[in-house]
Design a protein around this ligand. Structure first.
Ligand SMILES: N[C@@H](CCC(=O)N[C@@H](CS)C(=O)NCC(=O)O)C(=O)O
Length: 236
C-alpha cells in the first residue's frame, strides 16, 4: 500500500501547516488507500541515514508507492493525479494548465512569500530587504487575485491538484496578515470541509500523524547545527 511519510510530531508553530497536509488532502480527494508513516521531527527521524537515502533533503512529505519513491509536494501531487486519473485533465493542453498553475504556486507565489517569512524570522523585520520582499510578494498576490476573479478553479473548469497547491501555499502560516486577504474562499471552504469531514485529515492537522511504531530515534545533531536548523524552521 502507498505510504505517506508525514509528521507525527512537530513544533507547535508549524502544526497544521506542513506540506504533508497537501498530500493528505489529495489522497482524500482521490480516494486512494494509503498508510501514514509518522516522523518525529524533534527527535530527528528525518536525519536517519535510512530516510536520507530516500530523500537527501531530509524533509517531508515523501511517498513510497510500492517502491516508487517521490518527494517534493508538487511532484507527489502530480504523480498521484496521473496515477489515479483524477484532479488533472487527460489531454495535453489541460494538463499543461495544471502544470502551469502548480509551478506558479510553488515558484511565483511561494518564493517571495516564504523568503519574506524567513528574513523576518531571522531578525530582518522592518529591514530594507524585508520591505522589498513584502512589496514583491504583494505584487504577485495582487496579480494572482486578478486571475482568480470570477474563476472557480485556478487552472481549468474543474478542481485540480493546482488548486490544492495554491490554496495550501496561501494557507502556509507564513505572513498571515499579508495572506489573509488573498486566501481563496472557494477552495478554503473545500479545504475546511476536508479538514473537518475526514477524520484522518483533521487528526493530522491538529496532532500530527500517528507516530510510526518503528520510527527510529537518531543521534542528536551537534548543537550548532541543531540551533541553526531550529531557528530556520520551527521556531516557537
Ligand atoms: N520543496 C519541498 C519542501 C518540503 C519542506 O519544506 N518540508 C518541511 C515541512 S513542511 C520539512 O520537512 N522540514 C523539516 C526539516 O527540513 O528539517 C516540498 O514542497 O515538498
Amino acid at each position: 500500500m502507498l505510504k505517506l511519510y508525514g509528521f507525527a510530531r512537530v513544533n507547535g508553530g508549524a502544526r497544521g501547516k506542513t506540506r504533508d497536509l497537501r498530500v493528505l488532502w489529495t489522497l482524500e480527494e482521490i480516494g486512494l488507500p494509503y498508510q501514514v508513516v509518522g516522523m518525529d521531527h524533534p527527535n530527528h527521524d528525518l536525519d536517519s541515514p535510512a530516510y536520507r537515502a530516500l530523500n537527501p533533503f531530509g524533509q517531508i512529505p515523501m511517498i513510497d508507492d510500492d517502491g516508487v519513491v517521490v518527494s517534493e509536494s508538487g511532484a507527489i501531487l502530480l504523480y498521484l493525479a496521473r496515477k489515479s486519473g483524477k484532479l488533472i485533465p487527460h489531454d495535453l493542453a489541460g494538463e499543461a494548465q495544471v502544470l502551469r498553475w502548480s509551478f506558479a504556486a510553488l515558484t511565483t507565489i511561494d518564493v517571495p512569500v516564504l523568503s519574506l517569512w524567513f528574513v523576518d524570522l531571522c531578525g530582518g523585520k522592518a529591514s530594507k530587504p524585508s520591505k522589498a520582499l513584502h512589496d514583491w510578494a504583494e505584487m504577485c498576490l495582487k496579480q494572482l487575485n486578478r486571475w482568480l476573479t470570477n474563476r472557480r478553479f485556478i487552472a481549468t473548469e474543474d478542481f485540480t491538484v493546482a488548486d490544492i497547491l495554491m490554496t495550501h501555499v496561501l494557507d502556509a502560516g507564513t505572513d498571515e496578515d499579508m495572506l489573509k486577504p488573498y486566501a481563496w474562499r472557494a477552495n478554503h471552504e473545500r479545504l475546511e470541509r476536508t479538514r473537518s469531514g475526514r477524520g484522518q485529515y483533521d487528526k493530522h492537522r491538529t496532532a500530527g500523524v500517528p507516530a510510526s511504531a518503528n520510527s527510529q530515534r537518531t543521534p542528536r545533531l551537534p548543537p550548532t547545527q541543531r540551533k541553526t536548523r531550529r531557528r530556520a524552521l520551527w521556531q516557537g
